[in-house]
Design a binder for this molecule. Structure first.
Ligand SMILES: [Fe+2]
Length: 262
């Protein structure tokens, strides 16, 4: 039996007003369906991890609606920002005993570390020197197995248009992470597609969005007809982990694949 079961949801792209649509779909409806599917199929989680792009052109109300949906599950939720998010608004609205933007969580004998990869005014990722110092200090202090969560990807994904928006100092982040043997995995969103690879002893994951998906191996913006998805981590006492992605059993017939840009 795993010690911990974690649900990762990412790239919700919740719009300013309830009922708004993006690329033909109601992103809030898909977020709710994704949450519901994950719980119906896998039961209660020890943690729900939300790895950025929670809002699209976000307002306080965007985050209030996300908060309300999360609150109903009475499960610890950790939210970190993506390039579309407003961190100040997030911190103001995603704030309760269950839901927070905390950067570090101790869960049994594991630790979850949330890193901000926002680059001001840009869709590109950057891990600031402050964030790198926070990661190093946290890992020096806490020696238990670590799952690091971040919005942007730090290695090439082979979607060249998305790779122009990866973490521009991803090598620096990986060099730091690899110097700590307790870092077991780094998981991200941003790519709107599933990915799994390794760097030295570290497993690297990207997770499908809870709304629309991007086509793998694309050279420019291209939507995939795959349905929304999520990732589950099972963390074991000895520091091992298992992870799989799941998708909703729905058709994306409303998705407007002829629209460019997001
Ligand atoms: Fe996104």
């Amino acid at each position: 039996m795993p010690a911990l079961k974690i649900l990762q949801l990412t790239d919700l792209h919740i719009l300013p007003q309830a009922g708004d649509k993006m690329l033909g779909i109601d992103t809030e409806e898909y977020f709710q369906k994704t949450l519901a599917h994950a719980h119906a199929k896998h039961g209660q989680f020890d943690l729900i991890l939300l790895t950025g792009d929670l809002g699209q052109d976000p307002t306080a109300d965007s985050y209030r609606r996300i908060f309300r949906h999360l609150q109903t599950y009475q499960t610890p939720c950790l939210c970190l920002p993506g390039n579309h998010d407003d961190l100040e608004l997030m911190e103001a609205e995603l704030h309760s005993d269950f839901v927070s933007c905390r950067k570090h969580l101790l869960l049994q004998n594991w630790q979850i570390i949330a890193i901000n990869s926002q680059k001001c005014g840009s869709p590109v990722g950057l891990v600031s020197q402050e964030e790198l110092a926070f990661l190093a200090q946290t890992l020096r202090t806490h020696k238990m197995p670590a799952l690091v969560a971040i919005h942007h990807h730090c290695v090439l994904s082979q979607s060249s248009w998305m790779d122009t928006m990866r973490i521009e100092n991803g090598e620096e982040l990986l060099a730091l992470a690899e110097s700590f043997p307790q870092v077991k995995a780094i998981t991200c969103g941003h790519l709107h597609q599933e990915l799994q690879t390794t760097h030295k002893h570290i497993a690297l994951f990207a997770t499908p969005a809870s709304c629309f998906q991007f086509k793998p191996l694309a050279t420019e913006f291209a939507l995939d007809m795959l349905p929304p998805g999520y990732r589950i981590f099972e963390l074991f006492d000895e520091g091992e982990l298992q992870s799989s992605c799941y998708r909703l059993p729905i058709s994306m017939h409303d998705l407007q694949t002829n629209v460019h840009g997001y």
